[in-house]
Design a protein around this ligand. Sequence first.
Ligand code: SF4
Length: 338
Amino acid sequence: MALLEVDHLDIRFPLRHDEIRAVRDVSFALERGERLGIVGESGAGKSVLAFSLLKLLSRPGYIAGGRVRFEGRELTTLSDRQLRRIRGNRVAMIFQDPLTTLNPALTIGRQMIESLKAHRRISERRARAIALHKLRQVQVSSPEQRFEQYPHQLSGGLCQRVVIAIALLLDPDIIIADEPTTALDVTIQAEIIALLTQLCDKHNVGLIVISHELGVIGQLTQRLLVMYAGRIVEQGPTREIINDAQHPYTQGLINALPQMTLPRQRLAQIPGNMPSLARVPDGCAFHPRCRYRFTPQGRLRQACVERVPEAVSSGGSRVACHWVRELITTVPIEEEAI
Ligand code: SF4
């Protein structure tokens, strides 16, 4: 049994006369100690998906269908009180901007001690010892000194290390990290990626990383979900997807990575924009941006505009594209310089 199982999850936000379907028919599993990435441009529904796993959706969002099971236990039907016990205790979250996560009015040490005391009956002395131990685990320099400091006295990178230490305080089984390196500069990003990888492997913690940066996800994870307009369009081992992406959207994301282009070559961007989740096109949601909606002879492929593609196996991945097998064998993938 997988540690976390998500089956046909559907998340909606009601409007006055309609509903936004933010996540559609999403299924995946996370094994203990596995590092899973969810990637896609802004508005793909990846953060909504991550927050919904612990029923942390902002109102009026709601789970309209599907299941989320943690160690076989259904989470979507638990009360807020039961869920609070799982949140923090068994599943921890790391957010994008460490400075907004930390309380500016409390020292680092006080925040860590309060977090521990909120979930465990524990003496102040024992809580302090655990907190200092976690700061050492995340390689915070001079932990005793940092313990007495306020968040604004630390750099962005140090603050994110403290946030990771807080996430680890209760020895969780899963960490969900929403854009954990976006607010950091490139050197610090690499350090945080290395740290998260090492900690999760060492402590057998499952990691779900949400990012719009395929470069970050590619380094951090073993398995990848690519989301577009609320659906998973490709899912498989990260290495295989990076080396041999099957879905035209994933290929576009990879072609837009700076390291995938030759020096002086312009970055290849996907034309157009992610549709609003309130106005997702019929058929394959990617079709207005996909050059393969036309045959090499220039004829529109009707299935692309009429039917939502089912996921099929291709390469090492599951891919939601009607034509993926034909595209790979018959159509050369060129970069479209913009
Ligand atoms: Fe492109 Fe059609 Fe495949 Fe969608 S189904 S990705 S529009 S070729």
